[in-house]
Design a binder for this molecule. Structure first.
Ligand SMILES: [Zn+2]
Length: 662
């Protein structure tokens, strides 16, 4: 199953404000049926530094005046630029323009919708992200400026409108709807959405006593989901206020999009209709998007610093949900993160300081998962109370401002009283993962002697070491900050079993075979072989080859059934009886799941990963063919009647190292 993670609409445009914010009075008429928007803006630019306003090149300016005098925009491939020289007094810019946009494409992939900032206007939905410069966005020499605005939207009465900010009024007149929004905080800008939505509202009391409004704006097809989402949002909001601080806006809206989006803006989230239908979204994407009102849309990421907000949101929303489910669920998520990070090629091991927004899988792994791991290590290092104090301090100080990793470091240092310079340098400015290991262990006269080592450059690490001795298990935290360290611990009377970081709490490169196998490990392998055990069934034989052709990244070499599994990856497809027999013949563990089709990953004793697919018959295999490639992240999946009946990962077994007295 795909995981839906959001992308902040404006993360590509993050830079520090160095001057007072411009104020916008925006008025737009939206015509969804015609795919058209007519707009005018009165922009008050404060005295002082030069300001450049940029409107996307594709829009048409009808009129442009500065303090009442006509002026011209300079057009290049990307923008129409309106450059204002520094002035001793505030200036007033009046602009009228029109834009046309295509209707949203419901067939667009999630990736298309994450990277496209082009406006969409249609009766099924309209989306004009501020980052696409649908109105003249302000920049200074360093980059985009935070700004505040009032926005008046007029549209057909059958449509509703949504934008970040307080809802000031909503009126119906002559078959038209007029809605006014006021964003009086410095913000990333006016993202405008509209749709044929049904609205439901619920008032809730905030921690500080204010009344907040929770809103769903859902297409009629999913209107019945509204109550469940309002319940869930109320719960998450109260919980997050208790952890982070007061909610910074007056309302929180959940709006449905005809495309498979997942966006979080100030005071709202914009999620695809099909995304909202997924039952788990209200406890995964929803708390994540609500938390972005603090991290990302409450404190805005600063320039050149990297976007810390996705990692902190992943840690405090997605991971916190797993922690609430129990230790094993949280451990599985940490293992997933480390597995993904360990699989990255060296050129994809980016620095957190360079991460701005998710544009491909590798940037997600680093910007979301490595960053979340860094916050986990930080909490393990400074302790829960100091961790929470630091975030409260950071929130109070930088609310509605920009801040970067350096400001986070300062907050954590103040709250913990520790020097965290090396921690932030190695994890934020550095790339890659730590590779600590136990180089030697023995029982000596003064106790259990350990030699830890790591390659250069050495990380400063707090390493959990779990020891099982005399029937008891305990965990020590060992400090390693050089290439080598020799440490002596009290030894038990008998043998001791050791495991370094068995719960995956350190951002480290997993050893080969440390993570239990998943199907993708085999299917991505360039040297994979294919064994078909069709038992003479020509239709099954053909179906097996079609499946392999569609699922595998590289054409497989043919491998005979007699050949024992070795160090290379292999896909084995056959009848249930055929695959069971093949496993027994090669001394491999037997199948443990049942279904019309069972697929699972298994690591051969020689190290190669096997992707096994056992099917009741050719028809069952044909029914499962399209679904199977979606389960690459799983250890096993069962499909019956063409539907996935169960899936999961194999538990991670700890490789204990045994040390005994001489
Ligand atoms: Zn996010």
């Amino acid at each position: 199953m795909m995981r839906w993670l959001c992308w902040l609409a404006l993360q590509a445009l993050v830079l520090l404000p160095v001057q007072a914010a411009p104020h916008y009075d925006l008025a737009v008429k939206l015509d969804p049926a015609a795919g058209r928007l007519a707009a005018r803006a009165r922009i008050t630019v404060p005295a002082g530094e030069p300001v450049a306003l940029r409107l996307a090149a594709r829009h048409h300016i009808d009129a442009l005046t500065l303090d009442g005098r006509p002026m011209h925009a300079r057009t290049d491939a990307e923008y129409q630029r309106i450059d204002l020289a520094p002035a001793a007094r505030p200036r007033r810019l009046d602009v009228r323009w029109t834009l046309r946009a295509a209707a949203p494409d419901a067939q667009a992939s999630h990736r298309d919708t994450l990277t496209g900032a082009a406006p969409q206007i249609g009766e099924a939905g309209s989306f004009l992200p501020a980052g696409g410069a649908w109105y003249p966005l302000p920049f200074d020499a360093a980059g985009p400026l935070l700004h505040h605005y009032r926005l008046k939207v007029e549209l057909p009465a059958a449509q509703r409108a949504l934008a970040p900010g307080d809802l000031i009024s909503e009126k119906l007149r002559d078959g038209r709807r007029q809605v006014r929004f006021d964003m009086h905080h410095d913000s990333e800008g006016a993202d405008l959405m509209a749709g044929p939505w049904l609205e439901a509202q619920r008032p809730v009391r905030a921690r500080d006593g204010r009344m907040l409004t929770l809103v769903t704006l859902f297409h009629p097809a999913i209107a019945e989901l509204s109550a469940g989402y309002l319940d869930a949002a109320a719960g998450h909001l109260a919980q997050l206020e208790s952890v982070v601080g007061d909610y910074p806006y007056s309302r929180f809206a959940i709006a449905s999009s005809p495309t498979p989006t997942g966006f979080g803006m100030a005071g709202l989230t914009y999620l695809g209709i099909d995304v909202l239908r997924l039952p788990f979204i209200r406890n995964t994407s929803l708390p994540h998007e609500i938390l972005h009102n603090w991290w990302g849309n409450g404190v805005h990421p600063a320039p050149g610093s990297g976007n810390w907000s996705e990692g902190l949101t992943t840690f405090m929303a997605d991971y916190a949900q797993r922690e609430a489910q129990g230790d094993e669920a949280a451990r599985t998520m940490r293992l997933d993160w480390l597995r993904g990070l360990s699989a990255l090629s060296p050129q994809d091991q980016g620095r957190l300081a360079d991460f701005t927004a998710r544009t491909h899988d590798a940037s997600q792994v680093v910007g979301y998962h490595k960053a979340a791991m860094v916050f986990l290590m930080l909490r393990d290092t400074v302790g829960q109370p100091a961790f929470e104090d630091a975030l409260h301090l950071f929130w109070r100080t930088y609310r509605h401002r920009r801040a970067g990793w350096a400001e986070l470091q300062t907050a954590f240092e103040q709250a913990s009283g520790r020097d965290l310079a090396r921690f932030f340098v190695q994890w934020v400015d550095g790339s890659g993962l730590a590779r600590p290991r136990i180089a030697a262990a023995g029982i000596e006269r003064d106790g259990l002697a350990l030699t830890l080592e790591q390659p250069a450059p050495a990380y400063a690490l707090d390493l959990p070491l779990t020891l099982r001795t005399d029937g008891a298990t305990r965990t020590e935290r060992l400090h390693l900050d050089a290439r080598h360290a020799r440490i002596t611990l009290p030894a038990g009377s008998g043998c001791t079993e050791l495991a370094l970081d068995p719960d995956f709490r350190v951002a480290r490169q997993l050893a080969a075979g440390e993570a239990p196998p998943i199907l993708r490990e085999a299917t991505l392998d360039a040297g994979i072989g294919l064994t078909v055990l069709a038992g003479g069934d020509a239709k099954l034989e053909a179906g097996a080859r079609t499946l392999a052709g569609e699922w595998l990244d590289h054409p497989p070499g043919e491998v005979g059934a007699d050949e024992p599994p070795g160090r290379s990856a292999r896909m084995v497809i056959g009848t249930i009886a055929g695959v069971d027999l093949w496993l027994a013949r090669h001394g491999l563990p037997a199948r443990t799941r049942d279904g019309d089709v069972v697929a699972w990953a298994l690591r051969a004793p020689a190290g190669g990963t096997l992707a096994l697919v056992a099917a009741r018959d050719a028809d069952a295999l044909a029914q499962a063919r399209r679904a199977l490639p979606h389960y690459g992240q799983q250890g096993w999946v069962t499909i019956s009647g063409g539907h996935t009946t169960a899936r999961g990962q194999w538990p991670a077994a700890t490789a204990w190292q045994r040390v005994c007295p001489h």
